[in-house]
Design a binder for this molecule. Structure first.
Ligand SMILES: Cc1ncc(COP(=O)(O)O)c(C=O)c1O
Length: 289
């Protein structure tokens, strides 16, 4: 079967992805001066789009960038790249950069640039969800130079952590802060289940307020589990019964090993499986994707 032709949106127009171009003076490229969102599209419609839009607006405003697009315009571009690419189920990346670099860091008079690309969401290996994944622990602490509520395009620490994870045969990498407290993974939030409680690191430690994290906390509470923020440390791993990660692209994914140590039974546990089911029901995604 021929691979599908994908489409992208740059500077107000749709282009075939292989012909879409960003100018060499773009500030996102040269300076990492941009913000972004990754949104899951299901049956042609972006999921939890209000949450993603609000977070994009907050990111932009915290770095003093003004977004000239309405929620409806951005939602329609997300749906537009998927429709042109014949993708009903996709992950869509919305990037907004501060436009062209005019020679000084502070000359920011250019209008922002919107780039939207999509990828097939069906690439996820169903075995990952049924067996669970192993995660490594990043060899360096994560420190934020800017407000962690900003979902900024500068992902070099995350890239380095993922290269470490790959080298160790792991699926993801867990970040700790300088005091050994667990933060989140390179592109996902982290949860554990301990004594029937669903626990996740507090936002005040400087982690991304994940859209899926918020949804899963709500689903856990409505299903009768106690769910709350708690400071987590690797030393406490023997007391964890289960662990899982969350992200818009991957939903709820069981974590069965952390830093080489087995979590609980080493298999996806009952609370994780119940949350996977509840999330799949709410979003209409198949359970294994
Ligand atoms: C650092 C980080 N944490 C958490 C998440 C998960 O957030 P969400 O559930 O909104 O996709 C992401 C997603 O890209 C991320 O990059």
């Amino acid at each position: 079967m021929l691979p599908r032709m994908r489409w992208a949106y740059v500077d107000g127009r749709y282009h075939r992805e292989d012909r879409a171009r960003v100018p060499v003076l773009d500030r996102g490229l040269l300076l990492g001066d941009g913000v972004f969102e990754t949104v899951r599209v299901k049956n042609g419609a972006p999921e939890y789009f209000q949450d993603h839009f609000e977070r994009l607006q907050a990111s932009a405003s915290l770095v003093r960038m003004r977004l000239p697009w309405t929620r409806e315009e951005l939602e329609s571009v997300c749906a537009g790249v998927c429709r042109r690419s014949s993708l009903r189920d996709a992950s869509v990346r919305i990037t907004v950069t501060r436009g062209a670099y005019r020679g000084t860091l502070s000359d920011t008079g250019d209008p922002p640039r919107l780039i939207v690309v999509c990828a097939d969401a069906e690439h996820l290996d169903p075995g990952l969800r049924s067996k669970g994944v192993s995660v490594s622990v990043a060899s360096f602490p994560r420190v934020h130079a800017i407000d962690p509520r900003v979902k900024a395009t500068a992902y070099l620490p995350a890239v380095l952590a993922r290269l470490e994870a790959d080298a160790q045969g792991c699926y993801e990498s867990l970040f700790l802060d300088g005091r050994g407290r667990i933060l989140e993974l390179s592109t996902a939030n982290f949860f554990v289940v301990r004594g029937g409680e669903v626990l996740t690191p507090p936002l005040r430690l400087g982690i991304l307020a994940g859209v899926t994290r918020k949804t899963v906390l709500r689903l856990a509470r409505t299903s009768g589990s106690a769910a709350r923020e708690a400071v987590l440390r690797l030393e406490d791993l023997p007391s964890w019964d289960e662990a899982f990660l969350t992200s818009s692209v991957r939903g709820v994914m069981p974590v069965v090993r952390v830093g080489g140590s087995r979590v609980g039974s080493g298999r996806p546990g009952p609370t994780t499986r119940a949350l996977m089911r509840a999330f799949a029901e709410e979003t209409g995604r198949p359970l294994d994707r």
